[in-house]
Design a protein around this ligand. Structure first.
Ligand code: 5AD
Ligand code: SF4
Length: 469
């Protein structure tokens, strides 16, 4: 059984990776005709997008989607390991699967995603969940057809690599929406922030070739897509591993020139954000003025311990430039409270930074120690009750600014991409502004999948109410 090794995951591999095309072997096509699958995805957009590919592969194998896990022939969990609670949720679900399996021995169960990349998870599965069909890592989910088929004869298959392998292109995708799409531009992360498990779970930085990315976007345009989100753990590092002088700025400009109406990108590391990128966002109207710029902490000494490679001052300087050049900018961030050694003064620096940046949105987290990361070994771990209290204080302030910023939009008209009918209200729709704010809209027969002008009537903390004219 292969178990991933964090030490190996961290070693530098100068071997150039090879790009290969995905093709489902003939023997697996429709080999599960008449069977159903239930897919549960945890975590970030990267996982959501991986699931779009995994589901398309399952469908090529003949599986049909089933929304109720209790009815499905195959249950697949695409897991996240960024914080401990994501772990607990997935193991909770595995517990429910165990009960189902006792009643239905022919039930097939698979585990994929970031948790599969953790040695302790693989050990736990071998010990307590040996009835699973397969555990497959983030570097090789396209091997599911082979693993599942073999497992039916030979039992649990574990295939997890510590290191990234070749880059696979042309994997089919079952995209969740017909008007907005995720497009991977770079896989993995080389930053090794001291609290973060991602570089181990997803491997080193590997950029997709610019031609492959642009081709995918051109196809999306012909299919009528209105919006692409360029995905990467750190999109700003795009191209560094592949080209001498073609980076994220150049790619962003080439994507803007395709004339797709809306371009977004996540996530940006402040360290790699260049003036050239800022100028491009300001210049091209189809690059949305909405930037996710995780700060993590407002204290330079904590940032240093986190291995973030910028200071509070560097970050504030960057935000100042962004706000000056992009007047309608919506800024969002990620913040961690309770990192080891975070004093009350450090935390107050985070609060004061939030007051200066006035974020439009912020994802706030309690520091969660992850096995294998350097921060786990740091002294001065903060007490749970202190972390909780800091999170509440922080949330109160970030929420205040969400509402303040939203209030400024009341009475204005905003371009909104209509995404669907409101699940709660009759004759109501929902969509997102250019600045990525959710708008609930009163109106009849609105065009789903199109961008229209909406008058903003009311502001709430996490959404706006609007009216179609
Ligand atoms: N504990 C808490 N939050 C974390 N994040 C990453 N690792 C951890 C951790 N160990 C947060 C960071 C990152 C976001 C995706 O998750 O804020 O930007
Ligand atoms: Fe994790 Fe840091 Fe990489 Fe983001 S930049 S994925 S926080 S290591």
């Amino acid at each position: 059984m292969q178990k991933p090794d964090f030490k190996e995951a961290k070693t530098t591999d100068k071997r150039p990776y090879v790009t290969k095309k995905f093709q489902l072997e003939k023997k697996y096509k429709n080999s599960f005709q008449g069977k159903t699958y239930f897919m549960k995805t945890y975590g970030c957009q990267m996982n959501e997008h991986d699931s779009e590919m995994i589901e398309a592969i399952l469908q090529e194998m003949g599986f049909q989607k089933e929304e109720n896990y209790e009815q499905a022939d195959l249950i697949l969990l695409n897991t996240c390991s960024i914080r401990e609670n994501a772990h607990h949720k997935a193991f909770g679900m595995l517990g429910r699967c165990k009960h189902l399996k006792e009643k239905r021995p022919d039930l097939m169960i698979g585990l994929c995603g970031c948790m599969s990349q953790e040695e302790i998870v693989v050990e736990e599965v071998l010990k307590h969940y040996p009835f699973l069909n397969f555990v497959v890592g983030t570097h090789n989910f396209y091997k599911i057809p082979e693993l599942l088929t073999t497992s039916l004869k030979e039992g649990l298959q574990v295939e997890v690599y510590s290191r990234e392998q070749d880059l696979i292109e042309q994997i089919p995708m079952d995209r969740k929406a017909t008007y907005k799409a995720y497009v991977n531009i770079i896989y993995g992360c080389d930053k090794f922030c001291t609290y973060c498990i991602v570089p181990y779970a997803r491997g080193r930085q590997r950029s997709r070739k610019k031609e492959d990315i642009l081709e995918e976007i051109k196809e999306l345009i012909t299919e009528g897509y209105q919006e692409v989100t360029l995905l990467g753990q750190n999109v700003n590092a795009y191209g560094k591993d592949l080209y001498e002088s073609y980076g994220f700025g150049e790619l962003l400009e080439d994507v803007a020139k395709t004339k797709i109406p809306r371009i977004r990108f996540v996530t940006s590391h402040p360290w790699d954000f260049t003036d050239h990128m800022i100028d491009l966002i300001a210049k091209y109207p189809n690059i949305m003025p909405s930037i996710h710029l995780p700060v993590q902490s407002g204290s330079s000494s904590i940032l240093k311990k986190m291995g973030r490679r910028y200071t509070r001052e560097n970050y504030l300087e960057l935000v100042k430039k962004l706000k000056a050049k992009i007047p309608n900018l919506a800024l969002s961030t990620d913040i961690i409270v309770g990192f080891p050694g975070e004093s009350e003064e450090d935390f107050e620096e985070t609060l004061s930074l939030v007051k200066l940046c006035k974020y439009d949105n912020a994802f706030t987290f309690i520091y969660s120690p992850r096995v294998g990361t350097p921060a786990l070994k740091l002294k001065d771990q903060i007490e749970e009750s202190v972390k909780e209290e800091r999170l509440q204080r922080l949330n109160k302030i970030v929420n205040h600014y969400f509402l303040e910023n939203n209030k400024k939009l009341v009475g204005t008209k905003q371009q909104v991409l209509i995404e669907g009918r409101s699940p709660k209200q009759k004759d109501a729709y929902f969509g997102y502004t250019e600045t990525n704010k959710l708008v609930n809209i009163q109106g009849k027969d609105l065009p789903i999948g199109k961008i229209i002008s909406i008058e903003i009537m009311e502001a709430k903390t996490w959404s706006l109410d609007g009216r179609a004219n």
